[in-house]
Design a protein around this ligand. Structure first.
Ligand code: HEC
Ligand code: HEC
Length: 460
């Protein structure tokens, strides 16, 4: 056990009942420091516009709440995507579509998590760091179940279209309650759904496939504009093989079976094409070009071996960096290497065993991500524990407890924050899985060099 984890002992004793004792041993043993993740063949024949259309009108979530319940209540207009038909009265983060039995339903879409507001504009592809999963949705889930059942009756087509969603909604509630705001429990959601699906044909199962931990680890939502550079997806680089299969994982929420999955997959070749051509938003403020040029030299010298080079001579090494070297919070990566649950299920499933195959290959490390548009993607690190680039590159500046405001900090680049009086009112980096330690590579820079590097990062 390393020294930096000793602080966990009193916490463990106190919070054993919160599922903390289920956490894996945080120390991963690797005989490598960095490794280059290999590319897999991809189907590049997709159509980007068709991909976006499918994302904002499509049926990839499979089930949802009957549209007819919501219709009368909704008076909003889709002013972001300006969609037509039933979708014209929904906000950009919901889709109305026909479930497999023909009943129109409404469910969240990919932009629930993969779009966010910056400078009063919704940016598609920017991770949503504003969501708060600290409140349990158990009550809400129970109520929705009751309303649909009472209104339509248990034998109705509407209830049939909703039923799986309803079951899952209830089953999922305890899994996705996070101990901090802003972080996203997407993989727990996925795990909860996969747990109730037959791996081979993806049909719904009443009994769970595997056991899981009761403590919710969660992540910052990454931007979607980097996938064109990436050979492997996800923070730990575990997403290998066909990207279209990996991107459609949210379909385990509600599609009926693998016959439907095959149809969804065809559209996801287009979705990959759409995501691959996405560009980050340009930095809106003034940039000191001379200072940025200085910063570029420092960056190329100290950072590019892991993060690549930008501008005319672009390169990206696709490096997975061992936990021992990057020293950031290990639990997210360790969870996947020590728990067979999701990856075990996935690698026996339709996703892995039908062509083109995809796999989950977790390892004890984190990918050094491309830094395109990094100015816009605060907070930083896989768990979103660091509010600004200044703090990321100067570790003593990182706040142990912080609460973001809605104001962007163009000086330190990231979110302006306050220090709340009580731990529960902010992001508490002392919780396992949510630590802000590691990535000390910026600490060695002089204040002038750091300022210059940050100026350069604004230009990426
Ligand atoms: C509930 C929130 C949520 C939803 C819904 C969601 N995602 Fe994600 N997505 C995440 C989170 C969190 C991650 C980071 C997981 C990780 O890397 O370990 C992620 C990772 C990804 C990545 C990998 C990015 C990278 O750089 O490695 C892609 C691509 C992606 N999602 C696409 C999609 C698409 C397409 C949809 C809709 C079908 C979708 N996601 C739905 C939250 C979500
Ligand atoms: C040995 C490889 C390595 C070096 C050298 C390195 N980094 Fe990183 N960097 C990483 C890894 C790995 C991560 C992801 C860690 C995590 O999320 O836990 C990361 C994350 C980051 C992030 C946050 C990305 C995000 O989306 O949250 C930024 C910004 C960053 N690095 C900038 C730099 C700068 C600037 C330098 C040079 C001073 C540098 N890095 C040097 C490996 C490296």
């Amino acid at each position: 056990m390393q020294k930096r984890f000793l602080f966990l002992f009193p916490l463990l004793a106190l919070l054993a009942c919160n599922g903390l004792r289920d956490l894996p041993d945080p120390v991963g043993q690797t005989d490598w420091k960095t490794q280059e993740l290999p590319a897999s063949p991809q189907n590049r024949s997709g159509d980007a516009q068709a991909g976006l259309n499918y994302l904002i009108y499509g049926d990839y979530i499979g089930t949802g709440v009957p549209f007819s319940i919501l219709e009368k209540k909704l008076t909003r207009k889709d002013t972001v995507l300006n969609r037509s038909g039933k979708n014209s009265i929904l906000t950009y983060n919901y889709n109305a579509f026909a479930a497999s039995n023909g009943v129109d339903v409404v469910a969240g879409n990919c932009f629930t998590c993969h779009a966010s507001v910056l400078n009063n504009e919704v940016v598609l592809g920017l991770g949503n760091a504003e969501s708060d999963f600290q409140k349990s949705i158990k009550f809400q889930a129970g109520m929705t179940n009751l309303v649909v059942k009472t209104k339509f009756g248990k034998k109705s087509k509407e209830y049939e279209a909703f039923e799986e969603f309803g079951h899952l909604y209830k089953a999922i509630a305890p899994w996705i309650k996070t101990p901090n705001p802003g972080v996203n429990p997407a993989f727990r959601l996925e795990e909860a759904c996969a747990n109730y699906r037959d791996p081979v044909d993806l049909s719904y199962r009443k009994d769970p496939n595997f056991e899981t931990i009761r403590y919710t680890l969660a992540a910052d939502v990454p931007p979607l504009w980097n996938i064109d550079k990436k050979n492997a997806l996800y923070y730990n680089g575990m997403g290998r093989g066909d990207f279209a299969k990996l991107l459609m994982q949210a379909s385990v929420l509600g599609i009926p079976d693998s016959t439907q999955a095959r149809k969804v997959h065809r559209h996801f070749v287009d979705v990959v094409a759409w995501a691959s051509q996405l560009q980050p938003p340009p930095y809106p403020g003034a940039v000191d070009e001379a200072l940025a040029a200085e910063g570029r030299k420092v960056f190329d010298d100290r950072c590019s071996r892991c993060h690549g080079t930008y501008g005319e001579q672009e390169s990206y090494p696709n490096k997975l960096v061992a936990l021992d070297l990057v020293k950031t919070d290990p639990y997210y990566a360790r969870y996947f290497t020590t728990t067979a649950g999701l990856a075990g299920w996935y690698n026996q499933s339709w996703f892995a065993n039908s062509a083109p195959a995809s796999r989950l290959e977790p390892q004890d490390g984190y990918v050094a991500p491309p830094l395109d548009g990094i100015w816009a993607t605060a907070p930083y690190l896989h768990n979103g524990s660091v509010p600004t680039l200044e703090a990321l590159l100067n570790s003593p500046q990182r706040p142990a407890l912080w609460k973001r405001t809605n104001e962007y900090d163009y000086e330190n680049v990231g979110w302006k924050y306050e220090t709340p009086g009580k731990a529960k009112d902010g992001y508490d980096t002392r919780l396992p899985g949510y630590g802000n330690m590691g990535h000390y590579f910026g600490d060695k820079l002089s204040p002038e060099e750091r300022k210059a590097v940050i100026e350069y990062l604004k230009t990426l």
